[in-house]
Design a protein around this ligand. Structure first.
Ligand SMILES: Nc1ncnc2c1ncn2[C@@H]1O[C@H](COP(=O)(O)OP(=O)(O)OP(=O)(O)O)[C@@H](O)[C@H]1O
Ligand code: NI
Length: 325
C-alpha cells in the first residue's frame, strides 16, 4: 500500500434514481484515510455523508442507488467490483460500520451474547467456547458486564446497546471503522463515554476511522483530519488544526460562525442561513452559491476549482488568507 493508505476514494459519484427525479447525493469526492488516522466527515443533513459510508461498505440500496463513477480502493483493491463473497469478507474483518441507531445492528429476538458469538463464528474457524470467551472479553472492554451475556437487546439502555454494537463491530479486528453519528441518539453524558471507548479501542487496535457527525466539537476531540461536505462535494479538508484555525471555504466559515464558542458545550451545528440544496435540483456553478454572502457572477456560472495542497478547499476565491496575514 502506498504510504499506508488504507482507503482511497477517487472521484466518487452516487445517484438515487427514481421515476420522477435523480438525487445527486455524491458528486465527485476524493477521500484518503491512512493507517491509524481518524477522519471526521462533517456536514448538514443531506450532504451525502451516509451515502459515502454506504458506498464504501457496498451497501447502497439498489434500486434506487447507483454508483455512477469513481473508485473506492480498500487496501489497494477497488471494492466496487467486489463479488458478494468478497463483500462479506470485507465487512467481516476489513471494514466495520456503526450506525446511528443501534437497533439496526441488533437482532431483537436473540440474546446479545449469542448474536455476537455468531458474528465471530461466521467469520472465523474457532470453537464455540473460544467465540464466547472473545465476546465476553470485548463486552468487558466496552463496559458491559459478562452476566448480561444472555440478556436480550430490549433489556439494555440506549447507551449500553451502543456499547454492545461497538463490541460487535470490533469482534473481527477491522482495519477501518466507519461510525455514522454513533452518539447522536444518546444522552450527552453517555455520548462522551461512548466516544472515549471508541478512541481507546482505536488506539489499542491501531484502527483507522471515519467519524460522521454534525458536531464540530466531537471532531476536534477525536479526529486528526476533517473533511467538510456540502451537497455531495468535499468543500474543504485538512488537519483539524488547520481547518479549525484557518477555515478557507465560506461554508466552513459559516459553520464555525454559527457556534458561539468552540470550547463551549454547544458545539452542535446551528444551520447557517438558507437551506442545503435539493440533491435532485442542484444549482448551476458552485453548489453553495445561493447561500454564500461572497457570491460573484462566476460562482453562479462555473464550478469552482480545488485549491491548496495539504489543506484543500473548493472555491473560486481565496477570501480569508489575506485578512490573516
Ligand atoms: N434511498 C434513497 N432514495 C432516494 N434519495 C436518497 C436515498 N438515500 C438518500 N437520499 C438522498 O441523498 C442525499 C444524501 O443523503 P445522505 O443520507 O447521504 O445524507 P447525510 O449527509 O448522511 O445526511 P444526515 O446528516 O441527515 O444523515 C439526500 O438528498 C437524500 O435525500
Ligand atoms: Ni446520514
Amino acid at each position: 500500500m502506498e504510504n499506508n493508505v488504507v482507503l482511497s476514494i477517487k472521484n466518487l459519484h452516487v445517484h438515487y434514481v427514481t421515476a420522477d427525479a435523480t438525487a445527486k447525493a455524491v458528486n465527485g469526492i476524493d477521500i484518503e484515510v491512512r493507517e491509524g488516522e481518524a477522519l471526521g466527515l462533517v456536514g448538514e443533513t443531506g450532504a451525502g455523508k451516509t451515502t459515502t459510508a454506504l458506498s464504501v461498505m457496498q451497501l447502497i440500496p439498489d434500486p434506487p442507488g447507483i454508483i455512477v463513477d469513481g473508485e473506492i480502493n480498500f487496501e489497494g483493491k477497488n471494492v466496487i467490483y467486489n463479488t458478494d463473497r468478497e463483500n462479506q469478507k470485507m465487512r467481516g474483518n476489513g471494514i466495520a460500520m456503526i450506525f446511528q441507531d443501534p437497533m439496526t445492528a441488533l437482532n431483537p429476538i436473540m440474546s446479545v451474547g449469542d448474536q455476537l458469538a455468531e458474528v465471530v463464528l461466521t467469520h472465523e474457524k474457532i470453537s464455540k467456547a473460544e467465540a464466547k470467551k472473545r465476546v465476553i472479553d470485548l463486552l468487558e472492554i466496552v463496559g458491559v458486564k459478562s452476566d448480561r451475556y444472555d440478556d436480550y437487546p430490549h433489556q439494555f439502555s440506549g447507551g449500553q446497546k451502543q456499547r454492545v454494537v461497538i463490541a460487535m463491530s470490533l469482534l473481527c479486528n477491522p482495519r477501518l471503522l466507519i461510525a455514522d453519528e454513533p452518539t447522536t441518539a444518546l444522552d450527552v453524558t453517555i455520548q462522551a463515554q461512548v466516544l472515549d471507548i471508541i478512541n481507546k479501542l482505536r488506539e489499542q487496535y491501531k484502527m483507522s476511522m471515519i467519524l460522521i457527525t454534525h458536531d464540530l466539537g466531537v471532531v476536534a476531540e477525536t479526529c486528526d483530519n476533517v473533511a467538510i461536505m456540502y451537497a455531495g462535494h468535499i468543500v474543504e479538508k485538512g488537519t483539524v488544526r488547520e481547518v479549525y484555525l484557518h477555515p478557507k471555504h465560506p461554508y466552513t466559515r459559516g459553520l464555525f460562525d454559527s457556534i458561539p464558542k468552540l470550547d463551549d458545550d454547544a458545539t452542535e451545528l446551528i444551520p447557517i442561513e438558507g437551506a442545503i440544496s435539493n440533491a435532485a435540483d442542484l444549482p448551476t456553478g458552485c453548489y453553495f452559491h445561493p447561500r454564500c454572502k461572497y457570491c460573484q457572477e462566476i460562482c453562479r456560472r462555473e464550478q469552482p476549482p480545488q485549491q491548496g495542497d495539504a489543506h484543500k478547499f473548493m472555491c473560486h476565491f481565496d477570501l480569508f488568507s489575506k485578512e490573516e496575514a
